[in-house]
Design a protein around this ligand. Structure first.
Ligand code: 0X9
Ligand code: ZN
Length: 267
């Protein structure tokens, strides 16, 4: 269970305060208001969307030391989930929110590698394209499928250039061409920033994952279909620092150009 579903020592809570204020410096402010009898610092965490906040609500937790659930609430109150993956829909009468939109496309929907359980991170939804976001993208691409020559979807992280299939371990009929193009894309990245991206078919390279947008677009007839897993390889993971935005975009752009060039040559 999560950090917020556990009790923490005061030392841990001080560290948590520092970290959460750092990550959400646009929303949170830590204000020193004095110290305890034992000389430990007392902080207020101020939550504010705009600078000129005139009205406020005060919440304190832990005035009585043995009431551990009380500080747990204050942490819970602040701790919005930066690492949310899914959509925001609710289905059935589950207490869990969200569908994995990369398991909700109509491509071997909800086979092995996806889950029918609403609380799982890879929940496939009640039926294909149940999510309005997925439906809108799918509809647009279907309506323009004769003009769209390549489909590229950006994810993170792991530094990979993936191509179909992910819903089966079998090779697609264009496996060789897609593999060599993915290799060319990875080489372009290497030339640009010296970063290593690994090319490969989805299921063979990472895991079986049905209902993904790349496989769906490919089976619709868009041959050049790719999933990029951008930086990094785990040092920061999903919390990639801003200084890596520019080089990551430059390397991804060089790969996209390589794909575009190949598409042009094969029209
Ligand atoms: O699991 C996924 O949806 C993607 N990895 S991520 O860590 N960004 O969640 C990989 C998608 C590969 N393609 C398909 N599964 N179709
Ligand atoms: Zn992703």
């Amino acid at each position: 269970s999560s950090y917020y579903e556990n009790y923490h020592s005061m030392k841990e809570i001080y560290h948590w305060m520092e970290a959460v204020v750092k990550v959400h410096s646009d929303l949170l402010q830590k204000i020193y208001i004095g110290s305890s009898y034992e000389k430990r610092p007392l902080y207020v965490l101020k939550v504010h969307l705009k600078e000129k906040s005139k009205n406020a609500i005060w919440i304190d937790c832990g005035i009585h030391a043995r009431e551990w659930i009380s500080p747990a609430f204050c942490l819970w109150f602040i701790g919005h989930n930066r690492l949310w993956r899914k959509s925001r829909s609710s289905h059935g009468n589950s207490k869990c929110i969200g569908t994995d939109m990369n398991r909700n496309f109509d491509a071997h929907w909800c086979g092995p590698g996806a889950s029918h359980f609403e609380c799982h991170e890879t929940y496939c939804g009640p039926y294909p394209e149940s999510e309005p976001e997925v439906k809108a993208v799918a509809r647009f691409i279907r309506d323009h499928k004769d003009t769209i020559k390549a489909y590229i979807t950006m994810h993170s992280y792991s530094q990979l250039v993936l191509f179909p299939y992910s819903y089966t371990m079998n090779k697609s009929k264009d496996h060789e061409e897609l593999e060599s193009l993915a290799q060319k894309a990875a080489k372009a990245i290497k030339r640009t920033t010296w970063k290593t991206y690994r090319p490969g078919a989805g299921a063979q390279t990472i895991y079986l994952a049905p209902g993904g947008s790349d496989d769906w677009a490919y089976d619709l007839g868009i041959k050049y279909s790719f999933t990029f897993e951008l930086r990094d390889t785990g040092t920061y993971g999903f919390l990639l620092p801003p200084r890596e935005i520019k080089p990551t975009c430059l390397e991804a752009l060089s790969a996209v150009k390589e794909i575009a060039q190949h598409v042009l040559q094969n029209l």
